[in-house]
Write a protein that binds this ligand. Sequence first.
Ligand SMILES: [Zn+2]
Length: 158
Amino acid sequence: MAEKSLEQVKISIRVEIPYLWTAGKYLARLYNEIKENERFVANKCPKCGRILFPPRIVCGRCHVRASDEWIELGPRGTVKDYTIVYYSMKDPSTGKPRPEPYPHAVIVLDGGGLIQHYLEETDPEKLRVGMRVEPVFKPKSERVGHPTDIRYFRTVEE
Ligand SMILES: [Zn+2]
């Protein structure tokens, strides 16, 4: 009986590697404001005046340190663009495939800053660029300090 050489032996093992990722001072502030207060915050570039959302330490255009002065945005906003997704993808907040089709939008928050998120409205006849929306947050007990603490943005009439 021939023996296998060591080069032919393959062992498959599953390794769990739990880890924590720090959001950093600026992103953590945004995530904590979403979790605790249902608010969006940004900071500003002292040189060009641009609102930095999500907040960050340096303005990517001017390469100068951003202000530590916090600005509240929204919570309402205006749909700048949207698409209807017909491909089922895993919802990061549930780990399950998201029922499709569903609209995914780029929203300009009041005061500035863009956020990408789901829309509650799914009727293509009612979706339009320029529609006013507001976030619907999960109950506080379910929030973890992440954009998925927002269920979706719903249409508001003003
Ligand atoms: Zn700048």
